[in-house]
Design a protein around this ligand. Structure first.
Ligand SMILES: [Zn+2]
Ligand SMILES: [Zn+2]
Length: 374
């Protein structure tokens, strides 16, 4: 059931505020109600209010509501004053309603459109010009770093005036022995001889045993009650129409539900496990030889009946140098190159920063012998 509510307006000429909607002329300056915007106390047009937010609303009684009507006021084309819907002639100048070309809402929309157009016509604030920063300095820095790095990596670390204090070599041959092992497994590998076997647990399988019930907490939204709220529309004649609406209010309801889940039990699976003996060649020792001369040789292996040589053989050829500060360092070389190096030799060794390669060089820096960190 809709009800009619009193609207209010402000006089645009003398500034009087809160003039009741059923008053047609400003009580202060007498100006006929013209271009005005109707409003409700403590709220805008078309607003929504809750049940308890309507304390200051002034309702019109049935007689007042009938008098004011629901249709917008019409505009007098001659004197621009507003007239009640039921008035056949302008109460201000007596002109006929027939000649009226617009009503309250037409005028309101026209006014709003004009305001919007005026706002749109105003010049927009200029977007601030962002100064484009040149990227050139950064590029130059990156380029300089790259050039610097290339130069550095092409450089080398040279140690000159080195003196060879000794040469060393070592050689070794790995040896394995045939040993009998006792092992156990689910099968006997090739070459194995069974000693015994028995049933053992190999694994557990999860087997469905039964289902068990358990309770689950759940929630759902249920309708609690309905509540009323109100919307208001401008009648365009100094009054508003209040329309009640209903909306559902829900609450959360908690409940438990019984569900069931499977329960599994581990069941052992048996298999035959074998104990067996097996001969395996096993690396047990190595024969080594070493010396501080150029007479490198392979060591005697002195193999027992259950032994044999295996691979890989190892060999290493080194020489030690001291610099002018008596700092000692050992280098490695291939056997062929190492044989050219003798105790008392003087040399310069260069290490490239980029590749990490080290070379014995002549006085012009030409690579003579490749050497390696020991
Ligand atoms: Zn006034
Ligand atoms: Zn008139």
């Amino acid at each position: 059931m809709s009800r009619t509510v009193m609207g209010y307006w402000d006089c645009p000429v003398c500034g009087s505020k809160g003039i009741a909607g059923n008053v047609m002329n400003c009580p202060s300056c007498g100006r006929a109600r013209g271009d005005v915007q109707f409003y409700m106390k403590d709220g805008a047009e078309n607003s929504t209010r809750e049940e308890n937010e309507r304390g200051d609303i002034e309702y019109l009684n049935e007689e007042q509501a009938k008098e004011i009507g629901k249709n917008p006021d019409w505009y007098c084309s001659f004197c621009n004053s507003l007239n009640k819907d039921h008035a056949a002639f302008c109460t201000n100048c007596g002109a006929s309603r027939e000649s009226s070309e617009s009503n309250y809402f037409d005028q309101l929309n026209k006014r709003k459109a004009a305001e919007a157009a005026e706002k749109a016509a105003q010049p927009q604030p200029q977007a601030q010009q962002v100064k484009k920063k040149s990227r050139l300095p950064l590029l130059l820095i990156i380029l300089a770093v790259i050039v610097g790095l290339v130069v550095y990596m092409n450089g080398s670390n040279t140690q000159g005036d080195l003196r060879v204090t000794g040469v060393n070599w070592s050689r070794s041959i790995p040896i394995e022995q045939n040993i009998e092992y006792t092992e156990s497994d689910w099968s006997i590998p090739a070459g194995g001889t069974e000693v015994s076997h028995r049933q053992e647990i190999q694994r557990y399988d999860q087997v469905l045993d039964h289902y068990e019930d358990y309770e689950v907490q759940k929630s759902r939204q249920v309708l609690d009650h309905y509540e009323t709220y109100y919307t208001y529309s401008d009648n365009g004649n100094g009054s508003f129409t209040e329309v009640p609406h209903e909306r559902a209010v829900y609450r959360t309801e908690y409940y438990t539900e019984t569900e069931s889940r499977p329960v599994y039990v581990p069941v052992p699976r048996y298999a035959t496990k074998y104990t067996y003996t097996i001969w395996r060649w096993t690396r047990t020792r190595e024969a080594t030889a070493a010396g501080n001369d150029h007479d490198a040789y392979w060591p005697e292996t002195n193999l027992a009946a259950d032994e044999r040589e295996t691979t890989p053989r190892a060999e290493k050829y080194t020489f030690t140098v001291v610099d002018e500060k008596d700092a000692r360092r050992t280098w490695r070389a291939t056997e062929e190159d190492w044989r050219k190096i003798n105790e008392g030799d003087r040399m310069t060794i260069t290490t490239q920063r980029g590749s990490g390669e080290s070379w014995i060089v002549d006085e012009k820096g030409n690579h003579l012998i490749r050497v390696y960190s020991n």
